[in-house]
Design a protein around this ligand. Sequence first.
Ligand SMILES: [Fe+2]
Length: 232
Amino acid sequence: MHKFLNKIKKFEQKPFVIKNFINMDEVKLFNKLFQKLPIEINNKRQKILKKKWSSNYEPDLQKIYLEKLNLILENFSMDNPKTKDGYDSLGLFQESFSPVSLHVDSGFDFNKIIYKQTLLPLSEEGETVIFKNRFYGCSTTFSIDPVELSAKGYNKRSSEHLNLFGGKDFDKNMHKKYLNHEDINNLKGLEIDLIYKWNLGDLLVFDRTTLHCSSSNLKSKKLGLTSLMVKL
Ligand SMILES: [Fe+2]
């Protein structure tokens, strides 16, 4: 259990979107940076390519990014896993060709005050679903599929969410429209808070304790940068 659970809860808010967080020239700079970075993970099963923003790449853009984040969030530090080479990371670029399934990015350190995570869309296409439901364990992918549950990865795999939120059947229409890639029985007890349609220049900010996933509306691919933060 988290040591600072009360503090974590105290800083919780509804998800929000900052319009014009970056301009279109900066969107291009982030895209160029993504092209330059070495591949961290190429997961063929999940059809996702991950690259970490290693702190030895693009110091000028790092300064811009951190200054802008400091305008909207107070007293935080980055909490992204280090690169393979041991460098600090400013975030994770994720290029996905299929929708990311239900999970939480709470990390694995119960001595930290986990705070916000941000998503910077870098492609026109993309949609993210944030639920009202929260989870106070470690980073976990939630599934009822035996294949997924036995898969190995960074996140823990579990179906323990089904015992936490009351088990009410999920809305059939919303499932069909936005969450077709999930088994509707994996969504029991969940309630949607925000369906965020990606828009270049925006920044989506939400709590690290909230369950979320991609929407099923993904025709070709999407690219975004996500950063994880802890409260100082
Ligand atoms: Fe996530």
